[in-house]
Design a protein around this ligand. Structure first.
Ligand code: 5AD
Ligand code: SF4
Length: 455
């Protein structure tokens, strides 16, 4: 019987990438991926610690899995390993097992390459009738990548490639510098080795990932330092990737060189996720964001000069400590001035260990909810307006997956919009799967577009 691994992914694209790598690593040990936790020999929760809600969800999932496991064992079924990985694991470590003794294994985002060894150890403990108590939260990023690059990469048409991890910015609300560790850029050779593998596997779209991806400064063996801009140009010149994306960027690291790439590298997609978080200088300063509102607006202006159709995205936090109505209205003004194609917005969440969590000018919860509702109403309106501008246009769509029905295909426009098409029958849908197809957009909804093939 083949052994199986089930991984549930919470949070950001970096976690999606990490999950794919965990599955790769375990595939080398003969494990197959399953989407059913009750089928699995090892269940991994790849967790997110960015906001309280995300972290709490993990504990309610553990509770449900405990009940499932107890029933399974009672019926004489397998006693699977329950592992908590990712950022909650990094932040809480052994505390997770104190709170939830059913958890056998805890490992952080920089140790999942050791999953095979940890699994063997857990199995051994189980066989000898002991409860496994494995905790591994080292923060050695370079060791992880060294070990991972020896292994294969999965072959979808759209793939993630992590080039940078961690963060040195220390925004006063954020756990990332503590859970992912300091800023680390992979070397030029390591990145290119993975890029070539993806290219050879027929990947058409690559998304370069990093918590602070535009701070990338990987070295080559020859001692040259590579920037993100240089890397994108090089990938455009030396691979067959038709689409190159990158995320997430920090306004402080949005260099002129990188802006220029958007103007003259055809493969660089017209989409930029550039979080500003808040619209008043007082608040962004308190957030330790290393930029001003004027410098952010100047960046937006510069990028629109070279790529007028660019789709802009962002993140917003409302109710940061000390945020007054006037500060919040400054955020609304930035939003109205920029006109986003889409954006993510959150209520400020106090995270243990971060500076702002201890400040005494916290904003009341009902005020946060009201501000979030006002902001989201405007962001939804803008997203809809942006989607409307694509109606009637013919744009290339990379068809990545089937939709609600087998005859439906869903893909992404250059602007990151979800586009769906009904091709009529499932067999035809299969033929188009993984293809880049020109589509005429026939209608727009708040979150997606509908299109038809032009030929
Ligand atoms: N509270 C609310 N939102 C947060 N984010 C990060 N930390 C917090 C927090 N403590 C948001 C930021 C970031 C996104 C990934 O999550 O907007 O850009
Ligand atoms: Fe967190 Fe700020 Fe670093 Fe982004 S830049 S990961 S918000 S500390």
């Amino acid at each position: 019987m083949t052994k199986k691994i089930y991984v549930k992914t919470y949070g950001c694209q970096m976690n999606v990438y990490d999950t794919e790598r965990m599955v790769d690593v375990m595939a080398h040990e003969g494990y197959e991926e399953t989407d059913k936790p009750d089928d699995a020999d090892i269940i991994v929760l790849n967790t997110c610690h960015i906001r309280e809600k995300a972290a709490e969800k993990v504990y309610s999932d553990i509770g449900r899995l405990r009940v499932m496991k107890e029933k399974q064992v009672k019926k004489g079924g397998k006693d699977s390993i329950l592992a908590v990985g990712g950022c909650v694991a990094q932040a809480e470590g052994a505390e997770i097992q104190r709170r939830a003794p059913v958890v056998d294994m805890v490992f952080g985002p920089q140790t999942y390459h050791k999953l095979p060894e940890m699994t063997v150890e857990a199995d051994k403990s189980k066989k000898s009738g002991e409860r496994p108590r494995i905790v591994n939260t080292d923060l050695n990023v370079s060791e992880k990548f060294k070990s991972l690059s020896k292994k294969g990469v999965s072959a979808k048409k759209s793939a993630f490639l992590t080039i940078q991890e961690g963060c040195d910015k220390f925004c006063t609300y954020c756990v990332v510098p503590y859970t992912r560790g300091g800023e680390f850029s992979r070397s030029y050779e390591d990145v290119m080795q993975d890029a070539v593998k993806l290219n050879d596997a027929g990947v058409l779209e690559v998304t370069l990932l990093g918590q602070n991806v535009n701070a990338y400064h990987g070295m080559s063996a020859a001692g040259e330092q590579w920037s993100l801009a240089g890397l994108i140009r090089h990938l455009a010149d030396t691979t067959d990737f038709q689409r190159i994306r990158y995320t997430t960027s920090h306004p402080h690291d949005m260099t002129d060189e990188l802006i220029a790439v958007h103007g003259d590298v055809e493969q660089c997609m017209p989409y930029l996720h550039l979080p500003v978080q808040a619209g008043s200088d007082k608040i962004v300063k308190a957030m330790n964001r290393h930029h001003t509102i004027a410098s952010y607006m100047k960046t937006i202006e510069d990028i629109r000069k070279v790529r007028p159709d660019i789709a802009l995205s962002g993140d917003f936090i409302v109710g940061f400590p000390g945020e007054t109505d006037a500060d919040f209205q400054a955020t609304m003004k930035v939003v109205r001035d920029v006109e986003y194609a889409q954006a993510y917005s959150f209520m400020y969440s106090e995270r243990p260990g971060t500076p702002a969590a201890n400040w005494d000018d916290q904003v009341e919860s009902h005020v946060k909810s009201e501000r979030l509702a006002e902001l989201q109403q405007e962001l939804n309106r803008q997203q809809r307006a942006f989607n409307d501008t694509t109606v009637g246009k013919v744009i290339p769509v990379l068809l990545e997956r089937t939709g609600k029905q087998d005859s439906h295909l869903v893909g992404r426009s250059p602007y990151m919009q979800s586009v769906y098409v009904d091709v009529g029958d499932a067999a035809l849908a299969k033929q188009y799967f993984g293809k880049m197809v020109d589509m005429k957009i026939t209608s727009a909804g708040p979150r997606s577009l509908k299109g038809e093939f032009v030929s």
